[in-house]
Design a protein around this ligand. Structure first.
Ligand code: SF4
Ligand code: SF4
Length: 257
């Protein structure tokens, strides 16, 4: 083991050599002893792949961490108690949910930090994580972090993950807002339990303060999960802060079916 800090900031144009495939000597090593943070879009992709109701997926695969004073809850993928804390989805031949693997798994060994400006645009900061167990740096071609992230299918993930910044980096959160237990439960319902959220909307137990757009109304009836996820962001903004953050691009968001 080395004591060197494995995190290195990277500019848009800096290159690194990397490739990960089944022949690397460390294959699957990064799927053990890790915290896999789940975004709402990660859960949406995984529960759809596994053909599960979101409540059942949460129950079986997600650990929610929250305590008073935290900004928002953190959701992690369950690990198996096999002495190596292996990911519940890792098999001998690799990740069993590869096409729908979570954001952090796609990005590794790179990372993308984001912050939202007041005009609604997103500022990115990239890092590279060089951990001793990862031998992929001795293989492959040179690439930049943005091109690597794109090659890993992160464009679609980032588009949805970035929508959360309206909430997570709302000026009132920066000024000290912290959710109550009831608001934390609303957070999990709207962002991680999309099927239950839809049922609550249909039953009229969850109500939006501002009128629904035609597309939002259709998504509730049809169960189209991507617009429902964005509707969840909007509902939380209304519930927590009573209004959109000015500069919000929520209404401009378009969807890929
Ligand atoms: S989801 Fe797949 S890639 Fe991510 S830790 Fe689990 S097995 Fe590995
Ligand atoms: S440790 Fe690195 S090279 Fe090895 S499987 Fe994981 S990402 Fe690939």
């Amino acid at each position: 083991m080395t004591n060197q800090n494995p995190f290195r900031p990277m500019s848009d144009s800096e290159t690194f050599t990397f490739s990960c495939h089944a022949e690397v000597p460390c294959f699957n090593e990064c799927c053990r002893n890790i915290d896999v943070v789940l975004t709402p879009y990660d859960v949406l992709r995984l529960k759809k792949r596994l053909k599960m109701d979101s409540a059942a997926f949460l129950e079986r695969y997600v650990i929610v961490e929250w305590e008073e004073g935290m900004r928002f809850p953190h959701c992690f993928l369950t690990m198996v108690d096999d002495g190596r804390a292996s990911c519940v989805f890792v098999k001998e031949d690799g990740c069993s949910v590869y096409e729908d693997r979570p954001t952090v798994c796609r990005a590794y060994p790179a990372g993308r930090g984001t912050s939202r400006r007041v005009d609604g645009t997103v500022m990115e900061q990239f890092v590279l994580v060089r951990e001793p167990h990862c031998k992929g740096f001795t293989f492959g071609a040179k690439q930049t972090v943005p091109s690597y992230l794109q090659s890993q299918g992160l464009t679609e993930y980032n588009r949805f993950n970035d929508q959360l910044l309206q909430l997570l980096q709302h000026p009132k959160v920066r000024a000290g807002f912290r959710p109550t237990r009831a608001q934390m439960q609303q957070f999990i319902l709207a962002l991680y339990n999309v099927d239950m959220f839809r049922r609550e909307l249909l039953a009229g137990r969850v109500k939006l303060k501002q009128p629904l757009s035609p597309m939002e109304s259709r998504s509730i009836v049809s169960g189209d999960e991507k617009p429902l996820l964005l509707l969840g962001v909007r509902w939380l903004l209304e519930e927590y802060f009573g209004e959109y953050w000015s500069g919000s691009e929520y209404r401009k968001t378009s969807y890929v079916a």
